[in-house]
Design a protein around this ligand. Structure first.
Ligand SMILES: Nc1ncnc2c1ncn2[C@@H]1O[C@H](COP(=O)(O)OP(=O)(O)OP(=O)(O)O)[C@@H](O)[C@H]1O
Length: 304
């Protein structure tokens, strides 16, 4: 059974259509990165999964049932984009309150606070917490009660680099335990090694969905191959003569953009030429994201 199954969903706010025929699914133990610019429709998709919105058209099934089913809601964890708490309560009191609402064991609370790095601050009032600390408390609240499905809306906003790494570690652990996770973000660095698939939304339209490998195959973007050292000038002229897209970088470094058909060949010549200091950079999630965004803009330009 799919944890989430969104089929042919169109969502309108009055006359404004913000999702157009969305199809999306999520399996247990999978992390789906839902990526898109501001206003792309990510939060709307989350609200549909939470049963807070009913689709104007199409169907949203969560854990095999209607998204509005109360039993389903109890098995979901949600970290909203702008998390707010009662400022007068301590972190521990806040989580105990949510544990009661969720029917989770109060004994979970202290372990969870430790897990998100708030152990030493558990007895302090939330009003004294930094934005990053509030975000961590939000995360602890979301994973209370061991949800089968976790929805994280911009979870790294407000987190410092170390807390961001810790958040992704937690995501990895939960995924290994079988939790299905949807992670909405427009902050791409760091995401790519923690998601199983990426779904790219633009203007309420799904541009693509797949693993990084699938997106790389589909987009057909070049791999960047860099070579450094005193011979880099020779490589530059050689590749230029061969009609490849090549450019000098700072220092004694040269970069060639090799499409799939040329990649093996370029690497083979470098190996045969005993090139030192090689770097092979396949298209990153950011490269792919830019590619699909450009395609979406072109398509939108052609629409009436
Ligand atoms: N309650 C509402 N009434 C009218 N329009 C809305 C409402 N909620 C969202 N929208 C519009 O729907 C579109 C999608 O918004 P949504 O919040 O889903 O985007 P998002 O991808 O989550 O953006 P962000 O990254 O800024 O959170 C936007 O154009 C937004 O203005």
């Amino acid at each position: 059974m799919k944890l989430v199954d969104i089929h042919g969903v169109t969502q309108r706010y009055g006359k404004l259509t913000v999702l157009h025929g969305l199809d999306l699914s999520l399996d247990a133990g999978e992390v789906l990165g839902l990526l898109g610019h501001n206003g792309a429709g990510k939060t709307t998709t989350i609200k549909l999964i939470l049963g807070l919105l009913r689709p104007s058209e199409g169907e949203v099934r969560v854990l095999g049932r209607a998204a509005s089913d109360l039993d389903v809601r109890r098995q979901l964890g949600y970290l909203p984009e702008n998390v707010t708490f009662y400022p007068q309560l301590t972190g521990r009191e806040t989580l105990r309150h949510f544990a009661r609402l969720k029917g989770a064991a109060p004994s979970e609370v202290d372990a969870l606070l430790e897990q998100v790095g708030l152990g030493p601050a558990a007895g302090r009032r939330v009003k004294t917490y930094s934005k990053g600390m509030r975000q961590r408390l939000g995360l602890a609240q979301a994973i209370l009660g061991h949800p089968r499905l976790l929805l994280l809306d911009e979870p790294t906003v407000g987190l410092d680099p170390i807390a961001t790494v810790e958040l992704y570690r937690l995501v990895d652990r939960l995924r290994a335990q079988g939790t299905g996770i949807i992670l909405c973000s427009h902050v791409l660095p760091g995401v790519e090694t923690h998601i199983s698939r990426a779904a790219i939304l633009a203007g309420g339209r799904l541009q693509t969905v797949g693993s990084l490998a699938e997106l790389r195959r589909e987009a057909g973007l070049p791999t960047r191959i860099r070579v450094a050292g005193h011979q880099s000038g020779q490589w530059l002229s050689r590749w230029r003569d061969a009609g490849l897209d090549v450019r000098p970088l700072d220092g004694e470094r040269v970069e060639v953009l090799a499409l799939n058909g040329h990649k093996q060949q370029v690497l083979q010549t470098l190996i045969d030429g005993q090139a030192q200091d090689l770097e092979v950079l396949p298209p990153s999630l950011e490269d792919l994201y830019r590619h699909y965004m450009q395609r979406a803009e072109q398509a939108a330009g052609g629409r009436p």
